[in-house]
Design a binder for this molecule. Structure first.
Ligand SMILES: Nc1nc2c(ncn2[C@@H]2O[C@H](COP(=O)(O)OP(=O)(O)O)[C@@H](O)[C@H]2O)c(=O)[nH]1
Ligand SMILES: [Mg+2]
Ligand SMILES: [Zn+2]
Length: 336
């Protein structure tokens, strides 16, 4: 399989392009995107190096999982992709075409290359916890990535049971900053089940990818949500301590009224080649204000009549968010 290396900007462009046209087909190219979409008879639910597990969407074999290879002319496929596949030799199949992607979520590795994680997701569930400790800057990096891909972000603070003994006030202060910005924040515990029901209501009818630092409890949450899928998740996340990598491939699970995609744990979330505008767009409370600055190229630091600095004084913008904004811009510049 060809590994395509994409920048975030390129990935965003590809998503735009694919919303309207099919990118690959086995036919003569006459088929319209709609026609291809209606022929899609499978969905990728997991990925193993060169092979992909495809769930059969045809009524006859619905739900069956077929291990498939993909045709060489296709781009890198990811969990959540809709595909056209056919039975090959023995028990395996071959993927012939890729359907439209209504969305794409990815992260950048240390080298700044886009690693696609999941396609056709509606919600990105950003999971944080008191342990491993949640840092605003990491949350903000994720939010910039999520906003730049035009996905809906939900914040979940897991391990509520631990918080009672630890820095509860500190965590509450931090979470309230995000609530003020307009993000929905859920406080849950995968261990004792608190808050799970109201979170599930927000996921109904949607496909959600869980992201966040390794060890925050993404897989444990899926276990808590799931009934039949518990065993499968358990296989993925074998015995481990917080902070260790366990889930190695994004995997899609069907739950009663929604789908979840477990993503591999990561230690660092870098934004690589994101533009200054994309960083700004990732800070919802600042985005609309920036156009009111006196200077079009205002850096929002010490210029006169800066709408951002004024909003800082009135409390509309939290100083830690602004500091985080500058920090992201700076880390981005130091890599260029
Ligand atoms: N106390 C507590 N521990 C949890 C909770 N959720 C997960 N854990 C523990 O945190 C560790 C990491 O969980 P895991 O689901 O593998 O995290 P992931 O890397 O984000 O998938 C495991 O030891 C879990 O038992 C929780 O709500 N409370
Ligand atoms: Mg996991
Ligand atoms: Zn300004």
């Amino acid at each position: 399989m060809s590994k395509r290396k994409l920048s975030r900007a390129q990935a965003a462009r590809i998503v735009e392009k694919q919303k309207n046209e099919l990118i690959s087909d086995t036919a003569s190219g006459e088929a319209t995107a709609g026609a291809l979409q209606s022929r899609c008879n499978g969905r990728i639910i997991s990925h193993f190096g060169q092979q992909l597990d495809v769930e059969d969407l045809d009524p006859a074999g619905r739900g069956e999982i077929i291990r498939c290879h993909q045709r060489a002319n296709l781009p890198a496929l990811v969990t959540g992709d809709l595909v056209v596949w056919q039975q090959g030799e023995a028990e395996t199949g071959v993927i012939l075409a890729l359907g439209d992607r209504k969305s794409l979520f990815g992260r950048l590795n240390a080298a700044g290359n886009m690693k696609l994680v999941a396609a056709n997701v509606d919600i990105v569930l950003l999971v944080i916890a008191p342990r491993p400790q949640a840092f605003m800057n990491l949350i903000d990096r994720y939010l910039v990535a999520i906003e730049s891909l035009h996905l809906q972000a939900l914040l979940v603070m897991n391990k509520l049971d631990l918080l009672e003994n630890e820095k509860a006030d500190e965590m509450d202060k931090m979470l309230s900053i995000y609530e003020q910005v307009g993000y929905a924040v859920y406080r849950v515990s995968a261990s004792d089940g608190r808050g799970i029901e109201s979170l599930e209501t927000a996921l109904n009818g949607k496909t959600t990818v869980l992201v966040g630092q390794s060890g925050v409890g993404k897989s444990a949450l899926i276990n808590r949500f799931g009934l039949e899928s518990i065993a499968t998740v358990g296989e993925l996340s074998t015995a481990h301590d917080q902070g260790t990598h366990t889930t190695t491939t994004a995997k899609l699970f069907h739950l009663s009224h929604y789908d979840l995609i477990d993503s591999p744990g990561i230690r660092e979330f870098s934004l690589g080649q994101v533009t200054q505008q994309q960083v700004l767009d990732g800070f919802k409370e600042m985005k609309s204000l920036a156009s009111r600055c006196k200077f079009r190229d205002c850096s929002h630091q010490s210029e006169p009549d800066c709408a951002i600095q004024q909003a800082l004084v009135t409390g509309e913008i939290h100083p830690q968010r602004l500091a985080s904004y500058f920090q992201i811009l700076q880390s981005r510049e130091s890599k260029q």
